[in-house]
Design a binder for this molecule. Structure first.
Ligand SMILES: NC(=O)c1ccc[n+]([C@@H]2O[C@H](COP(=O)([O-])OP(=O)(O)OC[C@H]3O[C@@H](n4cnc5c(N)ncnc54)[C@H](O)[C@@H]3O)[C@@H](O)[C@H]2O)c1
Length: 275
């Protein structure tokens, strides 16, 4: 009897990850490299991108760091050229660069009407344009090759608007919408072998939200942190490694008939009405 093929195998896949030096995407880069993929870590923080690459190399994997701003088309083109020069071609793009800014978020003192247009635009640009522009550059290469795979990083706030989170939620909703749009476009106009999906993480305790969810001095949950956990059936925040299985699934043959979906990885938050 022949051995069953491992449908989750990603050995040898070439994968570019934007925001690859960040908390969630560095964990992704390391896990994909551990599974034999070759990684291009793209981030505008060159120092941290180098550190991620060093960690991957120390674990016996292969990765290169590339410094680029996902909002600058020239820099994305340079990053793409650099990735292709070393890796030959790119099988997968993970659009992980993203984030929020407190000036684009309401609070007790700041109303929606006072939010700075510049801050709102900054959040829209980073999350929405920062996903669309790399998808144009790497997506053209995939269209020319007739195969490829793009994974965007949306958010739970794209499904369920969160109080105060004004621009970020709207921008991530655009990322989810764009994921569906691009999946159809690629199949209809270029190749049925190009898939585009997204992961929508729920609440992960990372540096950017740690002090919204836990008290800086005591480490106890804030009222917002408690509300989130009481609305999360699994009763805990996510850890970066909670995203890895879904990512491997999306970029492997295990999901070969899947395109245009946004998968919540949220401990059940999206399923629970609160009653
Ligand atoms: N942390 C969470 O709870 C959570 C929840 C849902 C979605 N997300 C999304 O997951 C992704 C990763 O989040 P994280 O918590 O690991 O954030 P993070 O801040 O740790 O990582 C983001 C990375 O993107 C890089 N980056 C920012 N702007 C860039 C630009 N213009 N060009 C190139 N690189 C840039 C940063 O240097 C950083 O390394 C983001 O898209 C975020 O919106 C996070």
């Amino acid at each position: 009897m022949t051995e069953p093929r491992d449908m989750f195998d990603i050995t040898g896949k070439t994968i570019a990850i934007t925001g690859g030096a960040g908390v969630l995407c560095a964990a992704m880069a390391r896990e994909l490299a551990r599974r034999g993929a070759k990684i291009c870590v793209i981030d505008y923080d060159a120092l941290r991108a180098n550190q991620v690459v060093q960690a991957i190399e120390a674990e016996g994997g292969f990765a290169i760091p590339v410094q680029a701003n996902v909002l600058d088309v020239n820099e994305i083109n340079e990053a793409f050229n650099c990735a292709v020069q070393t890796l030959g071609h790119i099988d997968v793009l993970v659009n992980g660069a993203g984030g929020n800014k407190k000036e684009a978020t309401c609070n007790l003192e700041t109303t929606f009407f006072q939010l700075s247009p510049d801050a709102v635009r900054w959040v829209f640009d980073l999350n929405c344009m920062g996903t669309i522009l790399p998808s144009q550059v790497f997506g053209r290469h995939m269209a020319e090759r007739g195969q490829g795979n793009i994974v965007n990083i949306s958010s739970m706030t794209a499904f369920r608007p969160l109080t105060n989170v004004t621009a970020y939620g709207a921008a991530k909703a655009a990322v989810s919408n764009f994921t569906q749009w691009l999946s159809t476009y690629m199949c209809q106009r270029h190749s049925k072998d190009i898939r585009v999906n997204a992961i929508a993480p729920g609440f992960f305790l990372t540096e950017q939200n740690r002090f919204l969810l836990t008290d800086q001095k005591t480490g106890e949950l804030t009222p917002r942190g408690s509300t989130i956990l009481s609305h999360t059936p699994m009763g805990r925040f996510g850890q970066p490694d909670d995203l890895l299985g879904t990512l491997v699934y999306l970029i492997s043959d295990a999901s070969k008939f899947l395109t245009g979906v946004v998968i919540p990885v949220d401990g059940g938050f999206n399923a629970y009405s609160g009653v």
